[in-house]
Ligand binder design. Structure first.
Ligand SMILES: O=P(O)(O)OC[C@H]1O[C@H](OP(=O)(O)OP(=O)(O)O)[C@H](O)[C@@H]1O
Ligand code: HPA
Ligand SMILES: [Mg+2]
Length: 166
């Protein structure tokens, strides 16, 4: 049986995401210099674009990992594309790994095992995954689902008095 979906919702607008990703870049500006970004697709693509612009990092590599196949349910972890061997050669020293969030930490663990000396950064973090990241901006509880702007659209909201869940 699938685990219950998280109780709470944390919707993030494009404006909010841009602010939070830029705040992450500010925080990271004291930790570099970084020679390249390794972005965990797909979710890491958006913060990686913002951070690369802010920190002037133009060498961007991807590691392509998928595990949430059915909305909020995590399945087996699939590494669809690994990091380039040349970048991983010295354990990832001087490399910045970027993702949108860390939840259980399973995705970040795979990348850490591959790049043990890299600096791992996410915009959002949940408690189980938090030990796997070096830098993040906002923590939400484990029973919260983060709704990213690229996953959402505008829909009618019933008034609170008519039983809107909020
Ligand atoms: O800490 P974890 O429990 O491993 O979860 C975090 C990962 O889950 C999501 O990716 P997903 O597998 O949904 O793929 P996507 O980035 O292509 O949406 C998210 O973008 C992180 O990469
Ligand atoms: O809270 C989340 N939101 C979106 N994608 C995710 N992938 C793992 N956890 C989450
Ligand atoms: Mg992802």
């Amino acid at each position: 049986m699938s685990p219950a979906p998280p109780d709470k919702a944390f919707p993030v607008s494009w404006d909010q995401f841009h602010r939070d990703a830029r705040a992450l870049a500010w925080r990271l500006s004291g930790s570099g210099p970084f020679s390249a970004i390794v972005c965990i697709t797909r979710g890491g693509l958006v913060p990686a674009a913002i951070i690369s612009r802010e920190l002037g990092i133009r060498l961007i590599e991807t590691v392509c990992i998928a595990s949430y196949h059915d909305y909020t349910t995590q399945g087996g972890l699939h590494v669809l594309k690994d990091v380039d061997d040349a970048l991983a050669a010295n354990g990832g020293e001087g490399i910045l790994v970027v993702d949108d969030l860390v939840d259980t930490g399973k995705t970040a663990r795979v990348v850490r095992d591959r790049l043990p000396k890299a600096h791992v950064a996410t915009v959002y973090a949940k408690p189980l995954g938090r030990p796997l990241v070096d830098t993040f901006i906002t923590e939400v509880s484990q029973d919260t689902w983060i709704y990213f702007p690229w996953d959402m659209g505008y829909t009618f909201q019933p008034p609170i008095a008519q039983g809107s869940a909020g």
